[in-house]
Write a new protein. Structure first.
Lengths: 113, 114
């Protein structure tokens, strides 16, 4: 399996608090992605990165920010969590865009009360 | 970005062949087609990828017609353990200017019955 680790795996927080999810890879892959998955919505792209300090918005980026200061880490931050951000968050990595295989982490389940 | 459309759900029985079709009418010249499988509480995992014609591996076949506006994932002799959600994804290999946005469709929930 690809070396990709998400932390924390589970988190419960309250509305209005900041939350940061971390994705760590040991594959030296260029591309990293954050998706959220909710019942009935499949996988929706939040943000992605195509290199260190190079990021762009996905389909549902409002309320989220990301940072990638080094190849191996891609952080997803919810500045002020809301109940609508309760979801399962998946990180994915790839060494080639599109034609490359996406490797997914195990997911981080976030509950915002 | 090529948008994909798949059936929301499909039912099958053990031992049958299952074909799941994905439509991607605005696929670009550089786009590849990739299929993923997802079990509950897990991240999706790669099944197969192709560009044109037919690709086969140990678990599935992928059929892509000449116009590439659709693709069909074929699972031979499914078992109960093939019950999962299947996604097709279209994305280009890209060059230095391609930033790599990959958008998933809704996926197809396959239910295999005994």
């Amino acid at each position: 399996d690809a070396g990709i680790t998400q932390s924390p795996r589970h988190k419960v927080t309250e509305t209005g608090t900041p939350v940061t999810l971390r994705c760590h890879q040991t594959e030296n892959h260029r591309y990293m992605y954050w998706y959220r998955q909710d019942p009935g919505h499949g996988l929706r792209l939040i943000h992605y990165s195509y290199g260190v300090k190079d990021t762009d918005k996905g389909e549902v980026s409002d309320g989220y920010s990301v940072s990638r200061s080094k190849t191996e880490d891609f952080l997803l931050t919810l500045e002020s969590a809301t109940s609508s951000q309760t979801s399962v968050y998946f990180c994915a990595i790839s060494d080639r865009q599109g034609a490359g295989e996406l490797f997914f982490g195990e997911g981080s389940r976030l509950t915002v009360l | 970005l090529a948008k994909t459309t798949q059936p929301i759900s499909m039912d099958s029985y053990e031992g049958q062949e299952v074909n799941i079709t994905c439509s991607h009418n605005n696929i670009a010249t550089n786009d590849y087609i990739t299929w993923y499988q997802q079990f509950p509480s897990q991240g999706p995992r790669f099944i197969i990828q192709g560009y044109k014609t037919k690709v086969t591996n140990e678990v599935a076949s992928l059929f892509i017609p000449a116009d590439r506006k659709s693709s069909t994932l074929s699972l031979p002799r499914v078992s109960l353990s093939d019950t999962a959600v299947y996604y097709c994804l279209v994305g280009s290999q890209g060059g230095s200017g391609n930033t790599g946005k990959l958008i998933f469709g809704q996926g197809t929930t396959l239910q295999v019955k005994p």
